[in-house]
Design a protein. Sequence first.
Length: 318
Amino acid sequence: MRTRPLATALVGAALVLATAACGETVSTSGPPTVAIVAKGFQHQFWQAVKKGAEQEAVKENVRVTFEGPATESDIESQVRMLGIVLGRRPAALGFAALDSKAAAPLLDEAKKRNIPVVAFDSGVDSDLPVTTAATDSKAAAAEAAKHMAEAIGGSGKVALVVHDDKSKTGVERRDGFIEWMKANAPGVQLLDTQYGAGDKDQSAQITQNIIAANPDVKGIYGTNEGSAIGIVRGVTATGRKGIAIIGFDSGKDQIDAIKSGVMLGAITQNPIGIGEQTVAAAVKAIHGEEVPKTIDTGFFWYDQSNIDSPQIQAVLYQ
């Protein structure tokens, strides 16, 4: 059902790209531009990535542009943005794909124009990026699963509210959790995975539906900031107590939920570090320097016991 509109968006983006490039004079004065297209501005995570990118840009003496669609479900808007950005012919591109395949034609166009691409947060189904700066999402999800199993005593029903099944983060944060549970906690019954587009309201409604259908559910795992906060809101709305909630990412609402005991804990990435590493790798690529094929930006488990530690405070964002 979504193939035709997505194809239309790709064609439209390519046309925008071609139009923007026609007769355009690219200035060679001033610092080079690293154009960054993120998954959105929906969550505080992306603002932290932006901050890191801007900090590194100052160190590297480059200019950074940072944009993304209004929501993390708007694949077509992101593809159009990518086309427009490439039409400006930046020195390098940083790209976090909402759909790991949808942007392939435009990434091919970047290659033709000798614009190096640094993938970040989510990889793409292509060998084109010079590197991918991201968290090992499967390992991080496995860590979340381990804490969930411990919290519920190794048995009972556990639900997953996942932000999408198109991006690599959505797929890997889902699969890493499921695979660890199947291998290490046979007493845990995983309910069918539900998808909430990373939207807090949608994820809250999904959570209420899960609890209504499974009043004995013992744990619910959310794969990004919006999913996790939606779960908190959904559980709170039902009045249920004792459900172990584990999230992903940070933000004020999750921090507050963990400190108050409503949420058990969460996995945090290092979003400022992701922004810094993306720009640093882009600058190296601009200068023709080699970069590793992947840059592991790390992850941390945090809960009430360590949330105020210097190590965790350094990677949380509000």
